[in-house]
Design a binder for this molecule. Structure first.
Ligand code: NAD
Ligand code: IPM
Ligand code: MN
Length: 362
């Protein structure tokens, strides 16, 4: 099968890990006789340096003409003092909005061979398997006005939390669809004791739930959810929440798996190609050192094979390769613990590739 993939490496470790996922996709193409073509586009700080814009029009055109998009990460201290519209993160927000990427799926599952890597007790993290469904194109990230202002003659600021009910309904509905294929439980996370937006969210969830009689809906306030995530994470199946709550809770949830460097994500579009990226950022503290964990991005590529291309056995082959590499004891520094020797990013990519190609012989 022929497929065109837009690759947007971005900044910092984004470049290191995106290259790894491309190598793995090339190995998939070789093993399963597909034809994948990769076309590179700029986003984030790299795009600002090259074009003056965090998301040039050519990148959007490239994405729209592709079957799927692979993204590394954006951002870094070099651009932190830029005016808001020229920050790398604006490129990421714009691509989400321009491509209608309304739903960000962030699966969290236990890697048995990594139980030592998490600071949490094995009995807490064992067999954890849930998914965070994060609304991605609304809420505080996009509401207007969002600006510095003067209030009663003094310096002030406003950010706006705006949602249309329809934006809530479609993401909540997706979470019920996903739950129908899983353990049939949706936990809707909000702050309905304080926010009007959360009260509409809760009402909408109740309305959607009526159409899914075999799925249980539970509401949870976000502060409690943050605590429950590390107290008893096995209670969750599908967690659905608005944009910013989902951002924060998913970084927290990554600790259950051992590292932020393990968490993949898929951003689903209403009407066009989907985008796949690790949930982590550009990690300026380790960028350029060849030590970043590439597995989150490699698992995001597996997600692409499954969701965008319907290539289930190919996706499973990549996931199996990742598991076998971890089971063999190979570790990057973030999952190595104290005493284990660690591999570089490139060495880890090579191990996954070898495992993937060796599966043929088995
Ligand atoms: P971060 O996710 O980049 O890093 C947080 C911590 O996790 C760091 O200590 C980092 O070294 C570690 N880490 C992250 N990914 C890792 C990996 N694959 N392997 C090993 N360790 C890893 O978050 P931050 O430091 O708060 O943000 C840095 C920059 O990244 C900021 O400019 C931020 O805006 C941006 N950011 C971008 C995205 C994205 O592109 N999707 C996501 C989050 C943050
Ligand atoms: C993420 C990131 C982004 C977000 C930032 C960089 C805009 O943290 O993808 O999780 O908050 O959505
Ligand atoms: Mn985030």
């Amino acid at each position: 099968m022929k497929r065109k993939i837009a690759v947007l490496p971005g900044d910092g470790i984004g470049k290191e890990v995106a290259g790894g996922a491309v190598e793995i996709l090339e190995a998939v193409a070789e093993r399963f006789e597909h034809e994948f073509t990769f076309e590179y586009g700029q986003i984030g700080g790299a795009a600002i340096d090259a074009t003056g814009q965090p998301l040039p029009d050519e990148t959007i055109e490239l994405c729209k003409s592709s079957d799927a998009i692979l993204l590394g990460a954006v951002g870094g201290p070099k651009w932190d003092s830029q005016p808001t519209h020229l920050r790398p993160e604006r490129g990421l927000l714009k691509i989400r909005k321009d491509l209608n990427l309304y739903a960000n799926l962030r699966p969290i599952s236990y890697f048995s061979s990594l139980s030592e890597a998490s600071p949490l007790k094995q009995e807490i993290i064992e067999d954890v398997d849930f998914i965070i469904v994060r609304e991605l194109t609304g809420g505080l990230y996009f509401g207007k006005p969002s600006e510095r202002t003067i209030f009663e003659g003094k310096e002030a600021v406003v950010d706006t939390l705006f949602y249309q009910k329809e934006e809530m309904r479609r993401i909540i509905e997706l979470s019920f669809e996903i739950a129908s294929q899983r353990q049939k439980k949706v936990t809707s996370v909000d702050k309905a004791n304080v926010l009007e937006s959360s009260r509409l969210w809760r009402e909408t969830a109740e309305e959607v739930a009526k159409n899914y009689p075999d799925v249980t809906l539970e509401h949870m306030l976000v502060d409690n959810a943050a605590m429950q995530l590390i107290r008893n994470p096995r209670q969750f199946d599908v967690v659905v929440t608005e944009n910013m709550f989902g951002d924060i809770l998913s970084d927290e949830a990554s600790v259950l798996t051992g590292s932020l460097g393990m968490l993949s994500s898929a951003s689903i579009s209403v009407d066009g190609p989907s985008l796949f990226e690790p949930i982590h950022g550009s990690a300026p503290d380790i960028a350029g050192k060849n030590v970043a964990n590439p597995l989150a991005t490699i698992l995001s590529a597996a997600y692409m094979l499954r969701l965008s291309f319907g290539m289930e056995k190919e996706a499973e082959a990549v996931e199996k390769a990742v598991h076998s590499v971890l089971d063999s004891g190979f570790r990057t520094i973030d999952i190595a613990g104290n005493n284990t020797e660690s591999l570089s990013t490139e060495e880890m990519i090579a191990e996954v590739k070898a495992a993937l190609l060796n599966e043929v012989a088995i």
